[in-house]
Write a protein that binds this ligand. Structure first.
Ligand SMILES: *Cc1c(COP(=O)(O)O)cnc(C)c1O
Length: 389
């Protein structure tokens, strides 16, 4: 297969899903696997469900509809508050949704009534990251409004940290969420099925050994896909960080001067910060058929001996320690931002791979040892300390 392409190691995604599911299950925490950074690729979602993940979350109703069309019947959670203009589609295709606006809840209830369905509601609470969420003081009123609608089912409450201001889950905000759940249950004499503590950025909090309290659910994307937590982008022990690889082709390769010449103005795009290099007159320079239309160049990691020096719409400019050839392919690692955009580009093909001669758990397989996998358990500390409490 030629052309820019994402190689997707499904066996590694399977390993990440099984590992996280098992480790979190021991803490009483279930996972909704978030498919948004993979544009809901059905092969990835099927890999997750085969690994025992029993609900899928996505931010876009269009993606959830596409997953339904692909025959995936796993319960779907819309993780972004529904647009008022899309409530009928949300009720028809998503099992449940995250919500923070009374007017949307009322519209969802009306749509569910007219479709003869019951729609699940997870009320999102603002705990400091200042993206979505009901302020804690207003939660009771919104819960009441939800409970008064027979076409809505109050599944529970949740919060989202890390995404907007990088606020970390900590013992204080997680205890606040637990306390809010308990208070709602007392006030309305109901049982909340789900207390959703957050996303991949909650994993360091658990790994530090803090007891989960009432938190029994996380919505995980980055940890499953890239094996990293988003706060410091640390690799999570025991997970694969290289399930995705972007392959692109060289279309020009020359020895060129290092310094541009002529009068300088603005460039088409903000410059990629190139690492400082020893001054040299000439260097091996090459262009790849890959650009800002396809990927976030700042989120690519180049192979050894290659430096990314810039990018425009359709070109990635690199310098190299060795001569490169037109037609040669180079392989790049991706961070979350690069992956999100690469999955969205219509110019990048997706190539799902199962690995070669790998055992199902991916650990004994040839080629996987020394692959960044560590023996220790991500949640070993948490397990130890929750055994103590
Ligand atoms: C994106 C998102 C997630 C998943 O976040 P990761 O950091 O990829 O785990 C979870 N919940 C909500 C509301 C999100 O928007």
């Amino acid at each position: 297969m030629r052309g820019p392409r994402l190689e997707i190691r499904l066996d590694r995604l399977d390993h990440n899903a099984r590992t996280l599911r098992q480790q979190l299950a021991r803490l009483g925490i279930a996972i909704t696997a978030v498919s948004k950074a993979s544009l809901g690729l059905p092969e990835i979602v099927r890999t997750w469900t085969a690994a025992g993940i029993d609900s899928i979350g996505d931010s876009r109703i269009e993606t959830i509809e596409a997953l339904n069309r692909a025959g995936i019947t796993t319960p779907m959670l819309l993780i972004r508050s529904p647009m008022l203009s899309q409530v009928e589609r949300v009720v028809a295709h998503a099992t449940s949704s995250c919500n923070s606006e009374p007017v949307v809840l009322q519209a969802l209830a009306a749509a569910a009534r007219s479709q003869g369905r019951r729609h699940g509601v997870l009320l999102m609470v603002e705990l400091g990251d200042l993206r979505e969420g009901i302020l804690p003081a207003d939660l009771e009123a919104v819960a009441q409004l939800t409970l008064e609608q027979p076409a809505l089912r109050l599944l529970g409450i949740g919060t989202n940290l890390g995404c907007q201001h990088g606020i970390a889950a900590d013992p204080r905000n997680m205890a606040e969420l637990s306390a809010l759940a308990t208070a709602l249950e007392r006030r309305f004499a109901v049982r909340l099925e789900i207390v959703s503590g957050g996303n991949s950025s909650n994993l360091p909090w658990l790994a530090a050994g803090h007891p989960p309290g009432r938190i029994n659910h996380l919505r995980l994307g980055e940890a499953l896909l890239l094996g990293r937590e988003p706060l410091a982008r640390t690799a999570l022990p025991g997970l694969h960080t290289e399930a995705f690889c972007l392959v692109a082709e060289i279309i020009e390769a020359k020895c060129k001067p290092c310094r541009p010449w002529g009068r300088r103005g603005q460039t088409s795009f903000a410059a990629v910060a190139a690492p400082a290099q020893r001054p040299r007159a000439q260097r091996q320079r090459a262009l790849l058929a890959l650009g800002i239309q396809d990927v976030d160049p700042a989120g690519l990691s180049a192979p050894a001996g290659i430096t990314i020096v810039g990018a425009s719409s359709d070109h990635l400019v690199i310098e190299a320690d060795r001569p490169l050839a037109v037609g040669e392919e180079l392989r790049f690692g991706l961070d979350y931002s690069a992956l999100l955009r690469a999955m969205t580009s219509p110019f990048i093909q997706r190539h799902c791979l199962q690995g070669h001669g790998l055992k199902r758990d991916g650990l004994q397989g040839k080629g996987l040892q020394g692959d960044g996998l560590q023996e220790s358990s991500l949640l070993g500390n948490a397990l130890a300390s929750s055994a103590r409490v």
